[in-house]
Design a protein around this ligand. Structure first.
Ligand code: ADP
Ligand code: MG
Length: 627
């Protein structure tokens, strides 16, 4: 395909550059600093070098949590014999040669510092061989730390590079003391490994510790790789994501609330292939999850943002995990909308995204929808032995987006997304939530669709529908109001009376008419039309009290800006159908149809799922049919 941007082409095609010392002026521009904080920093740097060398398989061996020994072996391009001593020299790199290169850096490394820093605090042995070389060369530990005596010697070994780092901090016992237990250091190493492995499903990885295999990852599709790393919960509850706007492209997988965790331990964000921890990105994602996730839960995601390297400064932080965007506001908006859109996609079971036979057709659809972003273009692997452009990451993930475009329901939010073909939508409609069969224990609705059995949590689903509708009517302007035939009076304490006196305007804008009747009584005269229908006085009284309690807690002046959705959530929860309400089949079907057209209908406001699908195959297995 010809969509490879012209400035990428030479980078991919050009032969690897020689390692050269950086000019002094450039050295002073580079955010230098400590790179060898702990064994995990070594693992990270060595893995990044292997990736930059175009490796297709990387093996990591650790002993003693990485404190005793770390070996990273790759099948990448290797280092030419004459350049080998330079690899361990500070500020010598094959990746950039000028300030202009630094400003558009496409490799993970660029400072030429890592190997030198590691060699200064540990015993480094490096074996390397290029494709053209007759044999491998080896630099032994006794030489590695001393530039003057560094003399590579011929050695056995295949094409690629293997770096062994032994006895970290052997010469600096004071630093050694700061290392934690073997288990803790191992944990950090594993995390460093996973960060690289999640971003490069096309590369095979193994990780072993004290001789035992910890991770064995074959080259896989992005989804398979991510599922292998993040486990069953994520596999069963995520949305593939592919979002394009202008020069920006984001792809990856966003975990649904059911896959959320108690800590932020599984959040992977990549910018041009580089794992980053960035405040702006984290905030944008968090905001996108706000509607569906409880405050104390943390979403799980793997997201890759690709943009013109000139628009992001990666030379900010010693460990290169922080970046600075030139256009941070636009990036925030883009990421927020992309994630929110993925989460808002309507009713479609989260489990096992379908891979259909017409993948080819969906690829077509996808291909047309991707503008010529920085990483658009052919998925063909770049020539081996070439420092690989990190744009590959984005390409890999966007392939995933394409593969699943056919399995995605059409986006309810529409916006910038390209919809699937009309034939697809028809078929998806048929496999929606199906038709109701009955009610179970007054709590669940049973329905059947083309795939099998659908189970719906009636209250949770209704609550979500009401909540989304409330948001929509409030956004649309004055809220339609339903006056009560018989106003409801309630006894109230001072605080409740005070809240009504202060918050009358807010209440009115929400569609309520609540007034102070006497110093100890309130009267409810009208409700938002959406919540009307059940005029039971006790219900209306509880609704009013809950509303006033929220209003008081949040403060009338801020409730509609900062806490609006919490307030709407209270209202929705209160008015949603209760357990044990008998529904007719028509009412149940109406609820199913509403769910199909409601954003985020598959999670209630508290992040619990609202429905689940049991495919016929699942049921067959239960009864051991068809074996
Ligand atoms: P940087 O990655 O910033 O260039 P490093 O100190 O990590 O700095 O590596 C120095 C140089 O050694 C690299 O620029 C690269 O040319 C070479 N190198 C290091 N590791 C490998 C590897 N695994 N395969 C091929 N070349 C490597
Ligand atoms: Mg490096």
């Amino acid at each position: 395909m010809s969509a490879v941007p012209s400035d990428d082409a030479p980078r991919l095609a050009a032969a690897r550059r020689p390692i050269r010392g950086l000019p002094d002026g450039l050295v002073s521009q580079i955010a230098a600093g400590e790179v060898v904080e702990r064994p995990a920093s070594v693992v990270k740097e060595l893995l990044e070098n292997a990736i930059d060398a175009g490796a297709t398989r990387i093996d990591v061996k650790l002993d003693g949590g990485g404190m005793r020994r770390i070996v990273v072996a790759d099948d990448g391009c290797g280092i030419p014999h004459d350049e080998m001593p330079l690899a361990l020299t500070r500020h010598a790199t094959s990746k950039i040669a000028s300030l202009a290169d630094l400003e558009r850096v496409a490799t993970l490394g660029f400072r030429g510092e890592a190997l030198a820093s590691i060699a200064s605090v540990a015993r480094v042995t490096m074996t390397t061989r290029t494709r053209d070389a007759a044999h491998a060369l080896r630099i032994a530990p006794s030489d590695a730390h001393d530039e003057s005596t560094r003399k590579p010697a011929p050695s056995a070994g295949g094409v690629g590079t293997s770096v062994e780092v032994a006895d970290l901090y052997h010469a600096t016992p004071a630093r050694r003391k700061f290392l934690k237990s073997e288990q803790t250091e191992l944990g950090h190493c594993v995390e460093a490994f996973r960060r690289v492995a999640a971003a490069r499903p096309d590369v095979a990885f193994t990780l072993s510790h004290n001789g035992r295999v910890v991770e064995h990852l074959n080259a896989a599709t992005p989804l398979d790789r991510v599922m292998q790393l993040l486990g069953d919960e994520f596999a069963a509850a995520h949305r593939p994501l592919s979002w394009v706007g202008g020069d920006l492209r984001m792809s990856g997988f966003a975990g649904l609330p059911t896959a959320s965790r108690a800590s932020a331990s599984a959040q992977y964000f990549y910018v041009n292939g580089r794992y980053v921890r960035d405040r702006i990105l984290a905030h944008a994602v968090r905001a996108a999850y706000q509607d569906v996730l409880h405050g104390d839960r943390h979403p799980v995601y793997v997201l890759a943002l690709d943009l013109d390297p000139a628009m992001v400064d990666v030379n900010v932080h010693p460990s290169k995990t922080e970046v600075r965007f030139r256009e941070s506001r636009g990036i925030h908006q883009f990421v927020f909308r992309g994630v929110a859109d993925a989460l808002a996609r309507g009713a479609e079971p989260a489990a096992s995204p379908r891979r259909t036979d017409d993948d080819a057709a969906s690829t077509e659809v996808g291909a047309r929808s991707y503008g010529p972003g920085p990483s658009a273009g052919s998925a063909a692997a770049p020539a081996r032995g070439v420092a690989q452009s990190t744009a590959t990451y984005g390409r890999l993930f966007s392939e995933a987006g394409r593969a699943f475009a056919a399995g995605d329901p059409p986006s309810m939010a529409g916006r910038d997304r390209v919809e699937a073909s009309p034939e697809r939508s028809v078929e998806l409609d048929e496999s929606g939530l199906g038709s109701a069969i009955g009610q179970l224990h007054g709590i669940y609705i049973l329905a059947q669709n083309a795939r099998g059995l659908v189970l719906v949590d009636m209250h949770a689903a209704h609550e979500r529908i009401l909540y989304e509708r409330l948001k929509n009517v409030l956004d649309a302007g004055p809220v339609p109001v339903q006056r009560l035939l018989i106003p409801v009076t309630l006894r109230a304490d001072d605080r409740e009376v005070g809240t009504v006196e202060e918050g009358g305007e807010v209440l009115a804008s929400l569609g309520f008419d609540i007034a102070v009747l006497t110093p100890t009584t309130l009267v409810v005269r009208a409700l938002p039309a959406l919540l009307a229908g059940n005029d039971d006085a006790a219900d209306i009284e509880t609704l009013a009290r809950n509303l006033l309690r929220d209003l008081e807690a949040f403060g009338a002046s801020r409730v509609l800006t900062e806490h609006r959705n919490e307030l709407l959530s209270t209202m929705a929860c209160h008015r949603a159908v209760r357990a044990n309400r008998r529904l007719t089949l028509d009412e149940m079907n109406a609820l199913l149809r509403q769910m199909e057209v409601t954003e985020r209908a598959d999670q209630c406001n508290h992040g619990r799922p609202t429905w689940t699908q049991w495919a016929i195959g699942d049921l067959d297995r239960l009864f051991m049919r068809g074996r």
